[in-house]
Design a protein around this ligand. Structure first.
Ligand SMILES: [Mn+2]
Length: 483
């Protein structure tokens, strides 16, 4: 039974984890599960909790923003025997080995593993150890699904769609026309065979099922639609100019209500729009996307795996991860309605904050960067999303830095660079690390990291001015070096 064509070592270790957990349950152990707070981590938690419940296991779940030393110390105090970590753990394996030396631990992760000899009490299940690309080919929820499938293939096959919800939440759909690849694609194919999924090519829009067409257009930032993104009136005019009615009787039509012919017309017009504004043919072809439809899902808002992931993201970012896990475990009642409210609130908050950024004086400026403050009302978990949208919608023209108060002592910082700055030599991950070093801040406390176009860190609140000055200099150096 290896429908995902796993390498035998990978297959064996999953079986090993499954027997281990069964022996825990037989011994009446209380299993301590910890998972990450993003859509992938919540899907992973939902999968594992469902699988454990079906085996009548006793378990306890905590969802965390990061698996930090403080939390690991809490675990030490609780003094349980059996632990599962999903969507994190590989990077913290040293700390886990040191703090929980005699405990039974299973890690289900897809982040870069540490290159150390593994302690014997830890079973680390990470696809990267078996030659699979963990950032593009499988996610934390994918690994967790494979584990659940090893526990009971018959009963747990219905959890397969959540593996893809998590992968899409982690934006692993980077292949042509936004499709999944590698192990993710194998999981999806098997899902189709089992009548759990349908894979369709369709117009790439968020909120395909959820919002009126003109709203879906207006809120589309990827691809950026010149003249339409962020402009409701223009979207209404554009749609009527190409004869696409907004309403059917009283009801607003959504993207998924459009006929094939209407979709074709919309795609052609939009790709012309993108090309005529200097967009590339790849950007235009990315208007079409591969949609993963959950065929067994009865609720229309959850049928599209991407929208499911968006709902989970909102639960995590509004700090109600438990609601998201309940939805993954099948709740379509109280928790589900609450999750929808959280999504609405989350989107409203983001849109209204983006509006305030348009007011003069709300974005400050130096030679190479612009920056803004989240104020008291913006959760630190939203600052990255805001910065991403602000850059994509061309609200800013330089490197953009968002400050959110993490607590009374700390700022969380999200940095985003427009493509032309990356082309000029800017690498934000390196720039932030260098800035933290030049400010002589302890890099283990004020960890900086990320990619060329997106990165983040924390700084003490009193360092605000010196941080901006130093980062501006570092960016200047990166740019002249390239010249
Ligand atoms: Mn993940």
């Amino acid at each position: 039974m290896n429908p995902f064509a796993l390498d035998h070592k990978f297959y064996d270790i999953l079986q090993q984890a499954a027997s281990k957990v069964k022996s825990w349950i037989e011994a009446d152990e209380i299993i301590r599960l910890s998972s990450h707070i993003d859509a992938d981590g919540l899907s992973a938690a939902g999968i594992i909790c469902s699988a454990l419940s079906r085996l009548k296991a006793s378990f306890h779940l905590r969802i965390l923003r990061q698996l930090d030393p403080e939390f690991i110390e809490e675990l030490v105090k609780e003094d349980r025997n059996c632990y599962i970590f999903s969507d994190f753990g590989s990077g913290q394996i040293k700390h886990l080995a040191k703090s929980l030396p005699s405990k039974d631990i299973i890690i289900l992760d897809h982040h870069e593993p540490l290159n150390i000899s593994k302690p014997s009490n830890i079973l680390e299940i990470n696809p990267i150890l078996f030659g699979i690309d963990g950032s593009n080919e499988v996610s934390g929820s994918g690994v967790s699904f494979l584990f659940a499938y090893a526990l009971d293939p018959k009963k747990n096959i219905d959890l397969l769609p959540l593996a893809l919800v998590g992968a899409l939440g982690d934006t692993q759909d980077k292949e042509k026309q936004h499709s999944l690849t590698g192990l993710n694609a194998k999981i999806a194919e098997f899902g189709v065979q089992q009548n759990l999924l349908k894979i369709e090519k369709d117009l790439y829009f968020q909120y395909r099922e959820m919002k009126p067409i003109h709203h879906a257009l207006m809120e589309t930032t990827d691809p950026f639609l010149p003249g339409l993104t962020g402009n409701e009136e223009a979207c209404v005019r554009f749609l009527s100019s190409i004869n696409i009615p907004l309403q059917a009787g009283e009801k607003w039509r959504t993207i998924s209500d459009l006929s094939t012919e209407e979709k074709k017309r919309l795609t052609t017009q939009l790709s012309q729009l993108i090309l005529s504004h200097g967009g590339t043919s790849k950007q235009a072809s990315n208007l079409v996307s591969t949609t993963y439809i959950l065929t067994t899902e009865t609720d229309p808002y959850l049928k599209d795996a991407r929208e499911f992931a968006e709902l989970l993201n909102a639960c995590g970012r509004t700090r109600h991860p438990g609601i998201g896990v309940a939805v993954c475990m099948g709740d379509r009642d109280i928790h589900y309605r609450r999750a929808q409210d959280l999504l609405t609130d989350y989107q409203k908050k983001i849109n209204s904050f983006l509006e305030t950024l348009k007011h003069p004086g709300s974005i400050h400026e130096t030679d190479y960067l612009q920056y803004f403050f989240g104020g008291d009302e913006l959760e630190e978990t939203m600052i990255g999303t805001i910065a991403t949208i602000a850059v994509k919608t061309k609200l800013t023209k330089k490197v953009l830095i968002g400050f959110a108060k993490s607590n009374n002592q700390c700022y969380k910082i999200s940095a985003r660079a427009p493509q032309q700055f990356v082309d000029k030599g800017v690498h934000l991950g390196l720039a932030l690390r260098q800035t933290i070093a030049q400010l002589k801040l302890d890099p283990s406390k004020f960890l900086a990291g990320g990619h060329d176009a997106a990165a983040g860190t924390r700084i003490p609140i009193t360092y605000e001015k010196s941080f901006i000055e130093t980062l501006n200099k570092v960016l200047h150096q990166q740019i002249i070096k390239k010249d």
